[in-house]
Design a protein around this ligand. Structure first.
Ligand code: GLC
Ligand code: CA
Length: 605
């Protein structure tokens, strides 16, 4: 069949780097597994579940920040790059985690958060201590502006992520410092070469020397800002601070900085890198980051698809905007094809710690049946897409958003509360209701509730009687790993099977060319994946192909004859997999059950 070269362990295809075929799995340590009953997940807890991840088919664990931190943004506010937050464990625990991964042929990457530090980091404490401190220039400090009435204003009108200005006034030295996120997250000044050298040494080489395999790089496109600090145009006249991503995203020196990081640190260690690339929605802007020749990053996360449903990225983010399937398909098609004919690479993901759960956003969790069917179709969709696949903890069992009747007191995230409080302060009742509605769908909290391992009290995440840092989902007795392990046709069972099919036909699913079918159709999501290698059909050679047909509605749907797109005679297509449970009665031909997905091949699997 000529496909054997594709069946290399670790997902290699030909000479492709190992990470293209690898399955990455993101662990949010506070919520994964608590080993000592303090209500916080920890590294020993994660180690105890490495076999579970291994059996699922995970190749690389991406561990979200476990560094020393005041935890105002769940560890994305680091106060010591070389220490582990005590609730998560110790340096020795990290060493044991590296060993636990490597001894199973798996790898470990950490989160690299170096656009900003915590305001408690010694670098910032020094920087803020006086205007002449040698580290003053490691952060951005600017004098105030004053209006004609003598009122003090920040140096620019930029709005930050968590509501409010990007500038915080410092009483002691009477200047503002820049913080794109919270005031407790001052931005590092990458223009300063000593600062960059310290980042490379303390935050990167330290961990690479301990044996980690690379980094997920937080907010990677924000290291270079417009340092002439212009005001942003006023696009939202009713709010004091203006969206200004063009002032601090993809700035003039960004490619220089990332290339330097690659050549000085990542490259010499052969470390894998995946950068978080927000506010960069054009393929032409993304390619320079991931072109192999440019030597910047191996991969990036691009957010057009996962942002669907959010309102205006800045002050309107949590005013939910419904979207039709055709828009989702269009984004997928754009990002599935943008690397064609280039030396770039792409990632595939539909969840992370900054978004609501996929089954609640893109599927239908209104009944148990639809929940299961749509969670499986989401699995099928993800595993058949080109690029490196990233899963988020709990996605593999179809974890849902927090129950709709949980009040705002169950939301702990700094961003959720920032937007909620802003709505409350506006005194506008409709805005408050709309924000709460948006948070119920989109909040970062949904992905952060404790992992559901079994039906024991606290879902097996932590001990009975312990109060976990976030409330356990009401539904954990039905929706948990233990239940699904007993059932090979559960969501989890389906993920395992689908992940192995993805690797078995890596040339088609991981590396194939993508072509969207029926782009304007609002019920069916259908595409063709085509390999570079050939198969014999009726004596002639043809490219190995798959057609993926998925019903994204809760009603049965007819779909067109797939033999045509597969280039075979009617009835000669081969079913590779369907998401429905076996033993269900047959439907009329070319009909899909609610939220059913299938893959057909132009050869016999
Ligand atoms: C990234 C993280 C997010 C965090 C922010 C600030 O977007 O994914 O969780 O709040 O950076 O570090
Ligand atoms: Ca713990």
């Amino acid at each position: 069949m000529g496909s054997n070269i594709f069946h290399h362990p670790n997902g290699w295809v030909g000479t492709a780097p190992w990470w293209k075929g690898a399955v990455f799995y993101q662990v949010y340590p506070a919520s994964f597994k608590d080993s000592n009953d303090d209500g916080w997940g920890d590294i020993p807890g994660l180690i105890s579940k490495i076999d579970y991840l291994h059996q699922l088919g995970v190749d690389v664990v991406w561990l979200s920040p476990m560094f020393e931190s005041p935890q105002k943004d769940m560890g994305y506010d680091i106060s010591d790059y070389q220490a582990v937050y005590p609730r998560y464990g110790t340096l020795e625990d990290v060493d044991r985690l590296i060993e636990a991964c490597h001894s199973r042929g798996m790898k470990l990457i950490l989160d690299l958060v170096v656009n900003h530090t915590s305001d408690q980091h010694p670098w910032f404490r020094e920087s803020r201590s006086s205007k002449t401190n040698p580290k003053r220039d490691w952060y951005f400090w600017k004098p105030a502006r004053y209006d004609s009435a003598g009122n003090r204003h920040p140096p620019t009108n930029w709005r930050g992520y968590f509501a409010g200005s990007t500038w915080t006034w410092d009483e002691q030295t009477q200047e503002y410092y820049l913080n794109l996120y919270g005031p407790f997250q001052p931005d590092l000044n990458w223009e300063n070469a000593d600062c960059r050298a310290a980042i490379y040494e303390e935050a990167m080489r330290f961990w690479l020397d301990r044996g980690i395999d690379g980094f997920r790089i937080d907010t990677v496109n924000k290291y270079s800002k417009r340092i002439d600090f212009p005001d942003a145009p006023v696009t939202c006249p009713d709010v004091p601070h203006q969206p200004a991503p063009e002032m601090w995203c993809n700035g003039p020196r960004i490619h220089e900085f990332i290339h330097e990081m690659q050549t000085q640190v990542l490259g010499p260690y052969k470390a894998v890198s995946v950068g978080e690339l927000s506010n960069t929605p054009l393929p032409g802007q993304v390619l320079p980051y991931v072109s192999a020749a440019a030597r910047e990053l191996d991969m990036v996360f691009e957010f057009s698809m996962i942002r669907l449903g959010t309102g205006n990225l800045f002050h309107g983010k949590y005013i939910y905007q419904p979207f039709p399937l055709s828009v989702l398909k269009r984004h997928v098609a754009t990002w599935q094809t943008f690397i064609e004919g280039t030396d770039g690479w792409h990632t595939v993901f539909c969840e992370n710690h900054d978004n609501g759960r996929a089954v609640s956003r893109f599927g239908d969790d209104s009944t148990p049946k639809l929940w299961e069917a749509s969670a499986k179709v989401i699995a099928l969709w993800q595993v058949t897409l080109t690029g490196t696949l990233f899963l988020y903890q709990g996605q593999e069992i179809g974890m849902r958003n927090m129950p709709a009747d949980w009040g705002i007191e169950e939301y702990k995230d700094v961003e959720s509360l920032g937007f909620y409080n802003e709505a409350v302060e506006s005194g506008d009742g409709k805005r408050i209701q709309d924000t709460l509605h948006g948070l119920r769908i989109l909040a970062r909290d949904h992905s952060r509730v404790p992992f559901q391992w079994d039906d024991s009290p606290n879902a097996g995440f932590t001990g009975a009687g312990v109060t976990p840092w976030m409330k356990v989902h009401d539904q954990y007795r039905e929706l948990n790993v233990a239940n699904q392990l007993k059932d090979s046709e559960s969501v989890l069972g389906f993920y395992r099977k689908a992940l192995s099919l993805r690797k078995e036909h890596a040339d088609i699913f991981i590396h194939g060319a993508f072509r969207l079918l029926a782009p304007e159709e609002e019920s069916l999501f259908m595409y063709v994946k085509e390999s570079d290698s050939e198969v014999n059909i009726g004596g002639g050679g043809a490219k190995r192909k798959a057609v993926v047909v998925m019903n994204f509605t809760s009603h049965a749907q007819q779909y067109p004859d797939v033999s045509v797109v597969l280039g075979c005679r009617a009835g000669e297509e081969h079913l590779l997999v369907s998401t429905v449970r076996s033993g269900q009665s047959a439907l009329a031909s070319n009909e899909l059950r609610p939220w059913e997905g299938r893959v057909y091949l132009n050869f016999k699997p």
